[in-house]
Design a protein around this ligand. Structure first.
Ligand code: KIV
Ligand code: ZN
Length: 516
């Protein structure tokens, strides 16, 4: 049996579906380019019928990314499949990914259809997709809880109708590794035409078992794994790409498989995704967490200094972790700047790099050594892709445990200056209320996180916010050594995105009812 494992990345579809992970077209393009550099085999770029925005991003990714197969999701209906093909037709290697649920729970309560009807619909949808697109993947949604005999019938029918890839999702992250591995083995044993398709798995992480289940599936014959960078995805997320890839890499002694992923691009992919979405991984996250390669205990540090293998099962270089924190001075060129930004997870366009370089040289005239955090401030504040409708001129807050927090904010918009004050539940809340009053907006803060970029009392803090404006979520980020300043500018970043969206097209996702 072939030992090649195909990596199907669904960061831009299942991942982007998760709360707080929404990205605009420009952000999705940046991520897609990075996934291409990571050498994933397939990029699932979106769900074209879900919204005009999804359609547009699948179409643009299909047009621009030539090194990977581009997949688009479609329910098992002609309307969905037509829309997916409309977006995918430009791809060098397009793939329609159509799905229908196969568990009795979904059939009875969601689809209200019989097993026979779903079997028929599967064959019809796959055959129709195959009449349009050279490559078709079929997913049996909730396969993890589906009756195995029925699942085998559906898989057989899908392959007969022309499916090239059969995906077995553990949609609700319910299975245990031994159980899921056995399911894959049973499908291989009992579906007579299984050799005509690649068997794939798609595991969710509700019990924290998505990676273990994916590996168990590989050991039982799956040859494609569906996963996301940083494990983002619906609810508890999907199987994490970096964990699967590095498990295969590190434990090649027990799992003799190969995948095409360029592991040195892993850290950068993780950083870029965090920067684009504001979803920062926890410090102890395997492979890409801040502490994944940090050795705190004296005994460990001593061991690593003597021989890294004592406490490191892989090198930081293998996943592309940048090693030096000291960056550059005034003699560094734009190429070095671009390289460092890439290491930090920022993919700058030519004009962004031009602006960043200009700001960098100005800063280098004043400051001898420039650190990563200085570069973050430049990229966050100096070269915003979204036009800065409102710009923070000044902020003053009063707080404490015995006073009502108050903020006074001064913003500029073109040539006008606006000042307003508000009280709130703490200085950050008061600041956001004052900004809302000036902008005439009403933002709902869904998430706020503060991470220190450096150590020490004067550490630079990066603030990420998720704010809801007009029933849509926008992310904002900013870095500063002053928390209130970073908080205000992160909020303004999100607010400016919302204003930009208002001024341009407004395309909202279809409602849940429409998507059933
Ligand atoms: O989790 C799931 O079942 C899915 C399918 C659409 C593949 O995301
Ligand atoms: Zn999923």
């Amino acid at each position: 049996m072939n030992n090649r494992i195909y990596i199907f990345d669904t960061t831009l579809r299942d991942g982007e579906q998760s709360p707080g992970a929404s990205m605009n077209l420009e952000e999705k393009m940046k991520m897609a380019h990075q996934l291409e550099r990571l050498h994933v085999d397939v990029i699932e770029a979106g769900f074209p019928i879900a919204s005009d925005g999804d359609f547009e991003s699948v179409r643009e990714i299909a047009r621009e990314i030539r090194g990977c197969t581009i997949a688009g999701l479609a329910r098992a209906t002609r309307g969905d499949i037509d829309r997916a093909w409309e977006a995918l037709q430009y791809a060098a290697r397009p793939r329609i990914h159509t799905f229908i649920a196969t568990s009795d729970i979904h059939l009875e309560y969601k689809l209200k259809r019989s097993r026979e009807q779903v079997l028929e619909q599967t064959a019809e949808a796959v055959a129709y997709a195959k009449s349009l697109c050279p490559e078709v993947e079929f997913s049996a949604e909730d396969a993890g809880r589906s009756d195995i005999d029925y699942l085998c019938q559906v898989v057989e029918a899908a392959i007969r109708a022309g499916a090239d890839v059969i995906n077995i999702p553990d949609t609700v992250g319910y299975c245990l590794p031994s159980e899921f591995g056995a399911k894959i083995a049973a499908i291989r044993q009992n579906v007579p035409n299984i050799d005509q398709a690649i068997l794939s798995v798609h595991c969710h992480n509700d019990l924290g078992l998505a990676v273990a289940n994916s590996l168990a599936a590989i050991q039982n014959g799956a040859r494609q794994v569906e996963c996301t960078v940083n494990g983002i995805g619906e609810r508890a997320g999907n199987a994490s790409l970096e964990e699967i890839v590095m498990a295969l890499y590190v434990r090649g002694d027990l799992m003799q498989f190969n995948c095409g992923v360029k592991t040195e691009e892993i850290f950068r992919s993780s950083k870029l995704l965090s920067n684009l979405t504001g979803l920062v991984v926890q410090a102890n996250k395997a492979i890409v967490g801040k502490n994944a390669f940090a050795h705190e205990a004296g005994i460990h540090q001593d061991g690593v200094l003597k021989k890294s293998i004592t406490y490191e099962i892989m090198t930081p270089q293998a996943v592309g972790l940048p090693t030096n924190n000291l960056v550059m001075g005034k003699h560094s060129g734009r190429h070095a700047l671009d390289k460092r930004y890439k290491e930090l997870g920022y993919e700058l366009s030519k004009s962004e790099l031009d602006k960043a370089y200009l700001l960098f040289t100005k800063l280098a005239d004043r400051k001898k050594q420039i650190f990563d955090e200085d570069l973050l401030v430049i990229v966050h504040d100096g070269i915003r892709v979204i036009p800065e409708t409102y710009h923070l001129k000044y902020i003053q807050t009063v707080g404490g445990n015995q006073t009502i927090a108050t903020a006074t904010v001064k913003l500029s918009r073109e040539d006008s200056i606006f000042i307003d004050s508000a009280t709130g539940d703490g200085p950050v809340d008061a600041t956001y209320k004052a900004i809302d009053r000036i902008a005439g907006m009403s933002g709902k803060l869904l998430d706020y996180s503060l991470n220190s970029v450096t150590r020490g009392k004067d550490a630079v803090g990066e603030v990420y916010v998720h704010v809801e404006f007009d029933a849509k979520t926008f992310t904002g980020q900013a870095a500063s050594s002053d928390i209130i300043d970073a908080s205000a500018r992160a909020y303004l970043h999100a607010l400016n995105k919302a204003l930009h969206e208002r001024q341009h097209h407004c395309s909202s996702r279809k409602s849940d009812e429409e998507m059933i």
